[in-house]
Design a binder for this molecule. Structure first.
Ligand code: BES
Ligand code: MN
Ligand code: MN
Length: 462
């Protein structure tokens, strides 16, 4: 398939321009102010899939945002690859920290991306990575190189928990039948060391509220004599980790799968520089659970983090007040065998139990999902490995990621198929942060690598 490199070279400015247009639509699923933009993005994806050669593309309505479904079935006897991605993006705030507006994409060079990177919200997560698949399909259909059947399922609620996708998958098992699910919504180690993501963490997301007095109080008249909900909340949160940074919720670690020394030694072979890691984040020292390396802390170990905390007076100047209540949003990243609903329950029971009688505590569960580990002895992994070797000229290595794509475990349960995670982003691409970007090199390499995966997967399926 020598032509793919040539095809990408020939069409690269168009490929970039098309992605830039898609990135201009602010498809922020979390904020209803953007709901029309989210819907318009679905239409843009539909049109792109039609142009790329799908025989049938439809916008499937759901109780929430629509799912774009497309397919090209060339022969029912051939294998079918189901491509999943998402067209929604994270909110762009804080806006003032962007060096260029989040929905006005520009290409800028960086130290890591000397060929330039596209700066925009969603550039890497996941519009850029999703669109690589659309362009790879265009190449395969327009040059007679599509070796198997393909289905696309692109959703608009990934960043808010994929509720409608779960609804859709349960109702469309036959339509979505496939031999493997292919996703580019993760990352790789570096541009000179490609990796295949072999694990995702699960997630339990909760919100807590601590209420004290029935109204905000004068902090002089009442201070010292009533529980301050913010003080109490801070204390309760602090108590959730012990001196070794282990989570103190009873039962939290019960089902955690420990890796063998061999597996940990294998993991430690992946190239990683702690100095570069600290430097990239302006940190003097890293932090985490005793007894584990940085890479282990972010992949094979569960965590608990406050994502936001508020209450009381945060406006200009000073206001002497004891707030009536305080709030926090907390995420727990989970590892295989930890069940997210069970962990949510354990958290709730514990958090209510540690509350002093001077306050009342409410725990409100949000969304969650199970972790996932992909096999490395199946043909999907082998085909992906071969594809990377060919396009990068370097053998890829397996790596478990700390992020979550909860729908992957659900795919396995409902569709009985395995997922292969071919991510082309880098940790430094600032997904979910200001100045998100996606390397032009990464975008084009992705487009180059995907058709090779199709080819080898089809060959190995015979
Ligand atoms: N694409 C990310 C997940 C990801 C990124 C996995 C990099 C591995 C490497 C996805 O869009 C995401 O942000 N997921 C959320 C979970 C979801 C339930 C909101 C996450 O991980 O916080
Ligand atoms: Mn994503
Ligand atoms: Mn995301």
């Amino acid at each position: 398939m020598k032509n793919i490199k040539l095809y990408v070279q020939e069409h690269k400015s168009r490929f970039i321009n098309e992605l830039v247009e898609l990135l201009k639509i602010p498809s922020v699923s979390a904020d209803t102010a953007y709901s029309q933009d989210v819907i318009n993005t679905a239409t843009a994806v539909k049109i792109a899939l039609e142009k790329a050669g799908c025989d049938m593309v439809e916008i499937c309505e759901t109780p929430g945002y629509p799912i774009v479904y497309g397919e090209k079935i060339i022969d029912p006897k051939l294998p079918t690859i189901l491509v999943y991605g998402h067209y929604d993006v994270q909110p762009a705030d804080p806006l003032e920290l962007w060096t260029s507006p989040p929905f006005e994409p520009v290409i800028k060079k960086t130290e890591i991306h000397p060929d330039g990177a596209i700066f925009a919200r969603g550039a890497c997560d996941d519009k850029g990575q999703m669109y690589m698949h659309v362009k790879a399909l265009e190449y395969m259909t327009s040059t007679g190189n599509l070796p198997c059947n393909v289905k696309f399922m692109i959703e608009g609620e990934e960043e808010i928990g994929s509720t409608s996708l779960a609804w859709f998958v349960e109702r469309n098992q036959e339509k979505l039948a496939n031999d493997v699910i292919l996703i580019s919504d993760t990352g790789m180690i570096s541009n000179s060391q490609p990796s295949i993501t072999t694990g995702l963490r699960g997630l339990s997301y909760v919100e807590v509220e601590v209420t004290g007095p029935n109204r905000d109080l004068h902090s002089g008249l009442y201070g010292g004599a009533v529980a301050n909900p913010i003080n109490i909340l801070a204390k309760m949160i602090a108590s959730l980790h012990d001196e070794n940074n282990r989570i103190t919720i009873p039962g939290f670690y019960d089902k955690v799968q420990d890796l063998s020394d061999e597996e940990r030694a294998e993991m430690a072979k992946a190239p990683f520089s702690l100095d570069a890691y600290k430097k990239a984040l302006d940190l003097e020292e890293v932090y985490g659970e005793t007894g584990y390396t940085t890479n282990e802390r972010t992949s094979i170990r569960p965590t608990l983090d406050v994502n936001g905390i508020w209450g009381g007076y945060t406006g200009q100047g000073a206001k002497t007040v004891i707030a009536s209540s305080a709030f926090a949003k907390i995420s727990m990243r989970l590892v295989p065998n930890q069940d997210w609903q069970e962990i949510t329950e354990l958290f709730k029971t514990h958090f209510e139990a540690i509350a002093p009688k001077s306050v009342t505590v409410k725990v409100k569960p949000h969304h969650g999902g199970q972790g996932y580990v992909t096999p490395i002895d199946n043909i999907a992994y082998k085909a992906a490995n071969k594809a990377y070797s060919e396009s990068f000229g370097v053998t890829s290595i397996p790596q478990r990621s700390g992020g979550s794509i909860p729908i992957v475990a659900l795919f396995e349960k409902e569709l009985k198929s395995k997922t292969i995670l071919m991510g082309f982003g880098l940790a430094s691409d600032a997904i979910h942060s200001p100045n998100e970007h996606f390397g032009v090199f990464n975008y084009l390499k992705g487009i180059e690598t995907i058709p090779l995966f199709y080819k080898y997967f089809t060959e190995m399926s015979k």
